[in-house]
Design a protein around this ligand. Sequence first.
Ligand code: SF4
Length: 114
Amino acid sequence: MCAYKKIDTVCPYCGTGCVITCTVDTEKNQVIEAKGSPRGVNNEGRLCLKGLYGWDYLNDPQILTKRIRQPMIRKNGKGTPLVEVSWQEAIEYAATRLKAIIKEYGPDAVMGAG
Ligand code: SF4
């Protein structure tokens, strides 16, 4: 028997902020469909092609699927294998590295993007 769950989220591709309703196959823990949510004030149930089909990388084993589901760090530096870590360790690692960069190069040396 298949079990599906509908989950609303916000499209990450541009600043419009369309609300997407994802259908998730709960047995496989995979998104199998995305539609525009009527709850989206900006999109009123519609999506562009990126919103409709841009989620397929989530199920592609050739892309960084593992890294999307679990934080990973190259603990031994550039070129070494990625190692799964807890969210707490990943956040502390990123905070420590960002603070070191800011201390050495100033606050204009870092930026955030989403
Ligand atoms: S569905 Fe298209 S228009 Fe809407 S947020 Fe995503 S990329 Fe932007």
